[in-house]
Design a protein around this ligand. Structure first.
Ligand SMILES: [Fe+2]
Length: 243
C-alpha cells in the first residue's frame, strides 16, 4: 500500500506555485496512491482561492486525502474548504484520522500555534492517546512542524515543542504506531523519533538550502514528495524529486 505525502505547497495565487504542484501530481498519477497526506502549509497568500485550487487538484487524483494545517495556513479559510471532509469543528486543533484500505491508519495532528512559526504538541496529546486506544490498524502519524532536532542552521527555532510528551504517547501505543512524518523545513530527511522511523517530506514549494555546521552549498532542489510504502506493518519511505 502506498501513502503519498505532499508538504508545503505554499499556494499564493501565483501560477508558479500551482505549476509545481501539478508537476508533482503528474508524477504521482500512475502510482495511484491508496491515500495522500498533506503535512501543512498548503497556502501562504490568497488563502481562500488557494485552498479551492489545491482541493480541486487533490480531488482529481481519485485518492482519499487528508490534510493538516501548517504555520502559514489560515485555519478559517482552510476549514471552509476542507473542514467537512476532515471532520473539523469550528475551533483548533484541526486533527484528522483516516483508515486506508483497513490496513493503515493515518493520523494528522494540528500542532500549529496561533501567530507563531513553531509548533506545540501538548494540546493534541490527550486526543492522540484516545485515538490510539481505539481499535484500528497501525498508524502513520503526520504533522507540520518537526518534533525532532533537524540540525539545519536556524531551523530548529521553529520546531514542534513538546516532543518528549508526544514521544511518550507514541511509545505507550507500542506497535500501533509505525512512524511519524512531517514537513515545514522544506527538505527531505530521515531520522528516529519515539524509537520509530521519522521522516520529513521535501516541499512542493521552493526548497530551503541545506545549511549544516555553517556550510551551505548553493544548490536549489526541485519539488518533491515522499511515498510511504507499507507492507506487513513495515514502513519504507521513498523520496522522489520531480525535476
Ligand atoms: Fe511551515
Amino acid at each position: 500500500m502506498i501513502v503519498a505525502q505532499l508538504s508545503d505547497i505554499h499556494a499564493d495565487g501565483s501560477a508558479d506555485a500551482m505549476v509545481r504542484l501539478d508537476r508533482v501530481l503528474a508524477w504521482l498519477k500512475p502510482m495511484r496512491p491508496d491515500a495522500i497526506i498533506v503535512s501543512g502549509d498548503l497556502a501562504e497568500y490568497e488563502h481562500a482561492q488557494s485552498y479551492w485550487a489545491v482541493a480541486e487538484r487533490l480531488d482529481t487524483t481519485g485518492s482519499p486525502f487528508y490534510v493538516v494545517p501548517g504555520n502559514v495556513d489560515d485555519h478559517h479559510e482552510m476549514g471552509k474548504v476542507f473542514g467537512v471532509q476532515m471532520g473539523w469543528g469550528n475551533s483548533r486543533p484541526f486533527n484528522c484520522v483516516g483508515v486506508v484500505d483497513d490496513r493503515v491508519r493515518v493520523i494528522g495532528l494540528d500542532v500549529t500555534v496561533a501567530g507563531a512559526h513553531h509548533g506545540e504538541a501538548a494540546p493534541v496529546l490527550d486526543w492522540l492517546a484516545a485515538v490510539l486506544e481505539t481499535d484500528g490498524p497501525p498508524a502513520l502519524i503526520f504533522q507540520h512542524q518537526h518534533p525532532f532536532l533537524c540540525g539545519i542552521d536556524g531551523k530548529d527555532r521553529n520546531i514542534c515543542r513538546g516532543g518528549d510528551g508526544l514521544a511518550q504517547v507514541i511509545m505507550a501505543a507500542g506497535d500501533r504506531v509505525i512512524g511519524l512524518t512531517c514537513g515545514h523545513v522544506h527538505r527531505p530527511m530521515f531520522t528516529r523519533f519515539a524509537e520509530r522511523p521519522a521522516t520529513m517530506a521535501p516541499s512542493v514549494a521552493r526548497a530551503n538550502r541545506l545549511r549544516l555546521d555553517g556550510k551551505d552549498p548553493d544548490i536549489s532542489d526541485p519539488p518533491g514528495l515522499l511515498l510511504h510504502h507499507i507492507q506487513d506493518g513495515r514502513l519504507v519511505s521513498h523520496v522522489v524529486m520531480v525535476g
